[in-house]
Design a protein around this ligand. Structure first.
Ligand code: SF4
Ligand code: SF4
Length: 403
């Protein structure tokens, strides 16, 4: 019975959706294997991180060269499969489209994952729509670990993490009265395969139970084929996992939280339908303007968040207010330089940690400096900084002393 539901669901969906998850058992297995047997086993090979970074760089450069054709091919492919597909120029276009989907389905509740592309859009949703954060609700699963000193946890090497990613099989259920809005890690333009990385079951639970499933992919996340899409998602999971373990205990959310186990209690079952409806938003939101300019390398980002955990700003900024270096740069393109200034652009010390941690070596400090130059040119830099600069120009010192 369950099997036929699942089959009919995948038939209706008609595009491959893959959720990658680091398997705790596999991490444990690799950890023990490498510790106990590596010395005796000549066939045991650790992964070559530099080779992975090289491969990653090459995939990202190729996909950006093909960005326009990749977007066209994906749109054509999805529409050919009968998937409701919308190319959104801006975040407010995407929000209007979502509102139409919700109105048609008579829904007011949207559940999200922890995706930055989703966060670009939700600020533009009408206020009568309630957004539920399923990612930070998963904190309860690790609250028991709060007594642990995180520095005492043995380092999980990249080798263990890389080899631990499994495809998580989605078991579709009768849909509930909510919509999900989920950002993809990477998508193949060739066969429309969507890849997601999850750590707490939340993405697979949302896809399997939402009445309307809205998948969002930003332009630069579309790559040539599913092998490349899988590689990028796996790398994003691997390079980002250490940041996740250190960051999850302190991050907060501005939305209501709902744990995915509580979805059936929170939302009633749908009547009259056994299958959910799938929609895809392909979001530009300023990205196509970056392809040929000085910030083009920024589009190589795989959103792994490795830059986030090494930034000293994370130590003194308040919970919920901290923006990772990557988010700070992105904010300039999605919300404007003024917003970047108000959310911490001038807190950056240009220490360079983020560029070193980035698996793609994206020059984030250079970008942040360029954005600050633009802020000065537009007279949007903080007054204190402008006064100091003026003092240096006039008096040759930052204090404004003429003697
Ligand atoms: S350069 Fe700036 S954004 Fe990057 S790690 Fe240092 S302080 Fe953070
Ligand atoms: S910029 Fe940050 S999030 Fe993007 S790939 Fe580099 S480290 Fe990862």
């Amino acid at each position: 019975m369950n099997k036929s539901k699942s089959d009919s669901q995948s038939q209706k969906t008609r595009i491959p959706i893959h959720v990658l998850e680091p398997s705790a058992n596999l991490i444990r297995e690799h950890f023990i294997y490498s510790k106990l047997r590596k010395l005796d086993d000549k066939d045991y090979q650790e992964i070559d991180i530099e080779e992975i970074k090289k491969q990653l760089k090459s995939i990202r450069e190729t996909s950006l060269k093909n960005l326009e054709s990749n977007v066209k091919n994906l749109t054509f492919f999805l529409q050919g499969k009968g998937i409701d597909t919308y190319n959104a120029k801006t975040s407010s276009d995407a929000a209007s489209y979502i509102q139409k989907v919700l109105t048609k389905a008579d829904l007011k509740n949207v559940c999200i994952n922890n995706s930055s592309v989703v966060k670009e859009i939700i600020g533009d949703l009408p206020k009568d729509i309630t957004v539920f954060d399923t990612y930070h609700a998963s904190q309860k699963e690790i609250e028991d670990a709060k007594h642990l000193d995180l520095w005492e946890i043995p380092k999980i090497s990249e080798d263990h993490i890389w080899k631990s990613f499994d495809i998580f099989k989605i078991k579709y259920k009768k849909p509930l009265e909510f919509a999900s809005l989920i950002g993809a890690n990477s998508v193949s333009s060739k066969d429309g395969s969507f890849f997601f990385v999850q750590h707490f079951n939340n993405i697979s639970s949302l896809i399997s139970q939402s009445k309307e499933t809205i998948l969002v992919v930003s332009l630069e996340k579309i790559v040539n084929d599913s092998e490349q899409a899988k590689y990028i998602s796996r790398a994003s999971g691997m390079f980002g996992l250490p940041s996740l373990l250190l960051g999850i205990l302190s991050y907060d959310t501005e939305f209501q939280k709902v744990h995915v186990d509580e979805l059936p209690k929170k939302f009633s079952k749908t009547t009259g339908t056994l299958e959910n409806n799938l929609h895809v938003i392909i979001l530009d939101n300023g990205r196509s303007d970056l392809v040929a300019g000085e910030f083009s390398e920024f589009l190589q980002c795989i959103n792994c968040r490795a830059c986030g955990s090494v930034c000293p700003r994370s130590l003194f900024m308040k919970e919920g207010e901290y923006r990772t270096p990557r988010e700070l740069v992105l904010l300039n393109f999605t919300s404007g330089v003024e917003q970047s200034v108000s959310e911490g652009l001038y807190n950056c010390s240009l220490c360079g940690n983020c560029e070193i941690a980035c698996p793609l070596g994206i020059p984030l400090p250079d970008f942040l400096l360029n954005i600050r130059n633009n802020a000065v040119a537009e007279n949007l830099a903080p007054k204190k900084h402008m006064t100091i600069a003026e003092n240096v120009r006039t008096f040759g010192n930052p204090y404004g002393r003429g003697d």
